[in-house]
Design a protein around this ligand. Sequence first.
Ligand SMILES: CC(C)(COP(=O)(O)OP(=O)(O)OC[C@H]1O[C@@H](n2cnc3c(N)ncnc32)[C@H](O)[C@@H]1OP(=O)(O)O)[C@@H](O)C(=O)NCCC(=O)NCCS
Length: 171
Amino acid sequence: MHITSLTRDGILSHIDALSAVLDNCVRGGASVSFMLPFTPEKARAFWLGVAESVGRGERTVLACFDEQNALIGTVQLITDQPENQPHRADVAKLLVHDKARRQGAAMALMEALEAQAREQGKSVLMLDTATGSGAETFYQRAGWQKAGEIPRYALMPDGEMIATSLFYKFL
Ligand SMILES: CC(C)(COP(=O)(O)OP(=O)(O)OC[C@H]1O[C@@H](n2cnc3c(N)ncnc32)[C@H](O)[C@@H]1OP(=O)(O)O)[C@@H](O)C(=O)NCCC(=O)NCCS
């Protein structure tokens, strides 16, 4: 597998594959901002917005491709922060298609993302994820520190209310 940073145009040219990964994760029950029923139009609208944000220089989007050059995963580094937090960035939308899980794609994406963050002068990263999820275990395995939990923070795609866990990592 290999990891690439996608430009605005790169996102637009891979928008079907990115949408398919997002769709697969939401339908699989991941808490990544969306509710069921999820539609291809919602996925496309989300990635169009991300492409414009990349074009404005607000975030970096990484994509992971398998040996057949199929896009199997993605993650985002959001660098558009208030002026008093120039050293900080948020991590969002770490998504790996379920057919490609437990093969190290997410770990490779996060290592590449941390390298990007360092290059951009970031030394503090933050993210949140559903408490008790496989993703929470993943982040702990990837060396992130759990700052705490906020009960009743978000809804799962099926409507169940869940807590969120806040994580940070110093680079
Ligand atoms: C969480 C997610 C990104 C992990 O992707 P992945 O490519 O399968 O992860 P990796 O193969 O790099 O996993 C590395 C290690 O993390 C841990 N891990 C990963 N997924 C896990 C899970 N579901 N449950 C428990 N531990 C997990 C394991 O220790 C794993 O090593 P191992 O396979 O040797 O045991 C993926 O399951 C996913 O996309 N989930 C849906 C979307 C989501 O919830 N994203 C997070 C949003 S904040």
